[in-house]
Design a protein around this ligand. Structure first.
Ligand code: DGL
Length: 266
């Protein structure tokens, strides 16, 4: 049985773990939440990279992982290239905002992107966006909205703050200083945001389709590991680890994934 590490700044990567458990039921997952250092979105690139290297080393040495899923857009943006150089024999799957699927889905070419400041200000994000715009057969307009504090509020499950920040950021996204920004597709470019998807969808209205990366990342992980589909097989219970409060991680896994497993300190 393969062991795959899944890592995020906190509970957000559980949205990716949910898709991984569905796609790869015969795989053992070790989920590491760096909640003591969350949120990553407003930290420096160096800081995020150092934490990512530290946790990868721990997962490798203490849990013998066969592959790693960096289930965090911010850590992928700042650290994945160096991480691949440091671990050339470890398959590493990253997560980046689903601009490409959104471009394929959008009818109007107007696409909103919600993500952390760190992701949106990274060179990796700019390259991805510019490459797609240059290659597109029709005009594409990506409207990026940094969501300071939203991942932290989801991390702490503070519902009134989640509601207030989501309302503010969707409004800013749809109504810029120069006028309205019509969009028909919204990219959830942070793995925490699928846990506010219902609210974000309501705020955007019924004509906007939300896109996240859980399912494509899970398919990519199965391809990378060369594992077969096992339809209907029961998932192996994952091991949950947190650098912060393990019981908050266990509660989040219960709330969002229906998992009744304990969590331990990372
Ligand atoms: N969930 C992470 C992401 O996908 C990071 C959120 C944060 O810690 O700021 O970007």
């Amino acid at each position: 049985m393969k062991t795959v590490g899944v890592f995020d700044s906190g509970v957000g990567g559980l949205s990716v773990l949910r898709a991984l458990l569905a796609e790869l039921p015969g795989t053992r997952f070790v989920y590491a939440a760096d909640s003591a250092h969350a949120p990553y979105g407003e930290r420096t690139a160096q800081d995020v990279s150092a934490r990512t290297h530290r946790i990868t080393a721990q997962l490798r040495e203490q849990h013998g992982i066969d592959a790693l899923v960096v289930a965090c857009n911010t850590a992928t943006a700042h650290a994945i290239d160096d991480l691949r150089k440091a671990y050339p024999d470890l398959p590493i799957v990253g997560v980046e905002p689903a601009l490409k699927p959104a471009a394929a889905l959008s009818r109007s070419g107007g696409i909103g992107v919600l993500a952390t400041r760190g992701t949106l200000e990274s060179a990796r994000f700019a390259q991805l966006r510019d490459r797609l715009i240059a290659a597109a057969p029709r005009p594409l307009r990506f409207i990026s909205q940094p969501c300071d504090g939203l991942a932290a509020a989801i991390e702490r499950h503070e519902l009134p703050t989640i509601e207030a920040l989501s309302t503010r950021y969707v409004k800013e996204l749809l109504q810029g200083p120069q006028g309205d920004h019509p969009i028909d597709t919204l990219v959830l470019g942070c793995t925490h945001y699928p846990f506010a998807a219902e609210l974000l969808g309501r705020l955007c209205g019924p004509d906007v389709t939300l896109v996240d990366t859980g399912a494509p990342v899970a398919r990519r992980t199965r391809d990378v590991l060369g594992l077969p589909l096992l339809p209907g097989a029961p998932a192996v219970p994952p091991l949950l680890l947190s650098s912060g409060n393990p019981s908050a991680l266990a509660q989040a896994a219960q709330r969002w994934l229906g998992l009744g497993v304990e969590a331990r300190s990372l």
